[in-house]
Structures are given as C-alpha cells and as structure tokens.
Design a protein around this ligand. Structure first.
Ligand code: SF4
Length: 417
C-alpha cells in the first residue's frame, strides 16, 4: 500500500495515523519535523490523494482537511450473547480484526444478529461468523440484507463447512482487544481428526489429523490468568505434536483447557505421564459417546489413575439420544459416577427435553450439586415430591444471605434489641 512513497508522504501518513486519521493542513505542516515549502507539501497531498491513501477537503480557515482513507469493517459474531461473557470469543473474528487493523482499517464488533436500521451505512465490508446451526437462518437473512449496501462474507460451521480464512489471515496473531472480557490465550495447534464419528462434522470440515502450529502463534504472555484454551479436536492422535505442545505449556507455566475434549481411547502410559505434569483448568475433559467403548473408557481411567494424571474428577461429555436408548445413556452416566468421574449430558436433539425422563437425567447429571450428592432415583423421587424445589429455594436463600450478610451489630445496637 505504501510502496514508492516519498519521505514527506510517509511523514504525512504517520502524523494522520497519530491524529486518529484526520488533521487540518495547518496541523500537518506544524507537526512536520522540518519546515516544508507549500509547493512540496501540496504536491505530496495531491499525490497521496491520487493513490487513494487520503481524502483532501479543500477550504476553510485552516487551509483544508486531510483524512486517511480507511475501510470500516463490521465483524458480526452471530452466536455471541448480547452481554460480554469470557466463555465465547470467536477466534476467526479475532484474526480478521487483527488483519484489518494492521491494514489501517477501523473495526467494530457486533454481538448477536440484531442490527438497528441504518447502522450498516457506516461500513464498507462485513464478516458474519455463525458457528451454531440454530443461528444459521437469521445469519443468512442478515447477510442478504447487508449485501445490498456492502461487501459481505458469511462463514462458520453453522452455515458452511468449506469456507476457510485465507492463509495470511489464518496465520495472524489474534486481536485480543476485540473481546476485552477474554483474559486467556486461545487458539488451535492442529486440525482434523483421525476418527470419523457419525455425528461429528470435523472430518468433513477439516479432513485428516495434522499439526498446524504451536502455542506461540496465539499465546499472549500479558494475561495474568496464565491460562490457555486449546481448541484442538484430537491432539492425542498426534503423539509427537502432543508432547511438543505439552512441553511448551509447561515451559510457560500455563494452566490448560483442551476444551474440545481429549480422546480417552488414545490414552497410554506415555501420554498419561505427560498429562500428569500439566495443570488443567478447570478440569480434564473427555467424551464417552458410544456404549460399546466401555472397556476402553475403563482402561483409560485406570491408566490415568496409575500415572497420577487424575488428581481431580474429569468431566465426560455423554452424547445422548444419538443411536442410543435412554437406558444406555443412564448406564453411561451412572458408570462414570461410580468411577468417581463427572458426566455432562449432551442431548443430540433438544426436543428430547420434552420427555420428563430426559429432563430429569439432564438436570441431575449437569448439576454438580445433584450429581455427587444423590442417586438419579433419589433425585427423581425428590422432584416428584417437590423436595428438589424446596431445596433449590433454600439454596437460593443461602446464596442471597451470603451476598447480603446482615449488618454487624455494635454494642449499643445490641442493647436496644
Ligand atoms: S473423535 Fe472427536 S473430533 Fe474426532 S470425529 Fe470423533 S467426535 Fe469428532
């Protein structure tokens, strides 16, 4: 963009950038590090205008206004709740933001798909990211509406499995300022998966398993949390890469969360020893999707325990309602509880919640307070008798009392009682 510019033109652009993209000609000339003749100054201004680097509005008592030509970029995170929450930064948008900012563009993030009439007029280009299929229709509708006035790109696994970021954007260090509430590093060091589970899109979307980089492509040492979230799909399927990433995490003293889950069927005494040396936050995550994997699940837990890698209960995602009966789902959850592990029920079809037995199973499994303190049968009986409701009300009361403790009574007040 700036190739072939003279020293003077570079100075003009640098001053404009320092002044947030806008300055009068008088201000520009005063800010130069040496006196410049009007002739050279205006020649440079006209040449920059011709190149499309600036816009020059002539006139006024200040001689004219010079504005840096920037693109206005709108990034739309379809899946983000309206209120910022640290749990959901969108990595693709963070990379797009970094890339556009490096090009000198102005970037705005919109959370969710609600956009006021006319708001879009300010922007030259929009990127809409949609990860969850439940938001796909609304995201497509918005893309259609915006495309009448600007260039629009729609992507994300909710709408399309094939669109990827161009390599120069994919390899950009993410812009953490886009989500100020995110206080940890986030990224992925691999793509694809060695397996092709019938309910999963990864194999279709990313192909076979391969390393794509290391933590230094996105690790931000400035975060006090010392936490890194890795979106790797199945890193234990790449033993050498796993060992390399684990040693980087250890070297930097980080707490790690492989939040897509690790594959317990691939746990060996070798990788279990490495896992034992890592600090997990909040916990290790695995999945038990198919009842037929029971022997591998039991064996994996055993290996982890023998190698000191399971100091706290791990969380197991339990896929429910996909090629499995209710009884099989309940069996997996209860088995994990008996093995001292925590289950998290993932309903393949949310409509199953219309059935009371799935509702009970989901509520019992996914709440720590119920899962470890009562059996499923006790939970269901309590619910039917209204005991759970009463206990929930008592819990709420206790929490509120903790939040608003009664005032401390001083001697004089006590004597008044
Ligand atoms: S192992 Fe995990 S990432 Fe790989 S295909 Fe199965 S569900 Fe998807």
């Amino acid at each position: 963009m700036s190739r072939g510019l003279s020293k003077l033109q570079h100075s003009i652009l640098a001053i404009l950038d320092a002044k947030h993209g806008m300055a009068s000609t008088t201000t520009l000339k005063t800010a130069m590090d040496r006196p410049i003749s009007d002739q050279s100054f205006y020649r440079s201004i006209h040449s920059l205008e011709k190149r499309g680097e600036i816009r020059f509005y002539r006139g006024g008592h200040t001689g004219g206004l010079v504005c840096r030509t920037h693109g206005n970029v709108l990034l739309i995170d379809s899946d983000a709740p309206p209120e910022p929450t640290p749990a959901f930064p969108n990595l693709a948008l963070m990379k797009l933001s970094a890339y556009h900012k490096a090009c000198g563009d102005y970037v705005t993030l919109l959370r969710g798909l609600k956009i006021a009439d006319g708001f879009e007029k300010k922007f030259d280009i929009a990127y809409i990211s949609c990860v969850f299929t439940k938001n796909a229709r609304a995201a497509r509708r918005l893309a259609k509406r915006l495309s009448t006035s600007m260039e629009v790109h729609l992507g994300g696994s909710g709408v399309d499995l094939k669109t990827t970021l161009p390599a120069e954007i994919e390899n950009t260090f993410p812009d953490y300022e886009l989500y100020p509430e995110c206080d940890y590093s986030i990224g992925m060091t691999m793509r694809g998966c060695t397996r092709s589970c019938p309910f999963c899109i990864i194999k279709d979307k990313e192909g076979t398993s391969r390393p794509t980089g290391d933590i230094y492509a996105f690790y931000n040492p400035n975060f006090k949390s010392k936490k890194i979230v890795l979106l790797d799909n199945n890193i234990l399927g790449l033993p050498a890469h796993f060992a390399k990433i684990a040693s980087q995490i250890k070297k930097e003293g980080l707490r790690v969360d492989w939040n897509q889950g690790l594959d317990l069927r691939l746990v060996t005494p070798e990788n279990a020893k490495i896992l034992a040396g890592l600090h997990f936050s909040p916990y290790m995550r695995f999945a038990w999707d198919d009842i037929k994997s029971e022997p591998q699940i039991r064996r994996g837990i055993q290996i982890l325990k023998e190698n000191g890698a399971l100091k706290n209960p791990a969380v197991f995602y339990v896929l429910s309602g996909f090629n499995s009966t209710f009884e099989e789902d309940l069996y997996r959850v209860k088995t994990l509880r008996d093995l001292g592990q925590k289950a998290f029920l993932m309903l393949y079809d949310k409509k199953l919640l219309e059935e009371p037995r799935y509702r009970h199973l989901s509520n019992w499994t996914n709440a720590r307070v119920h899962f470890f303190t009562r059996t499923f049968e006790e939970f269901v009986t309590n619910r039917e008798n209204g005991v759970e409701k009463q206990k929930a009300a008592e819990r709420k009361q206790r929490l509120e009392a903790k939040k608003n403790p009664p005032p401390i009574l001083h001697g004089c007040e006590i004597s008044l009682i």
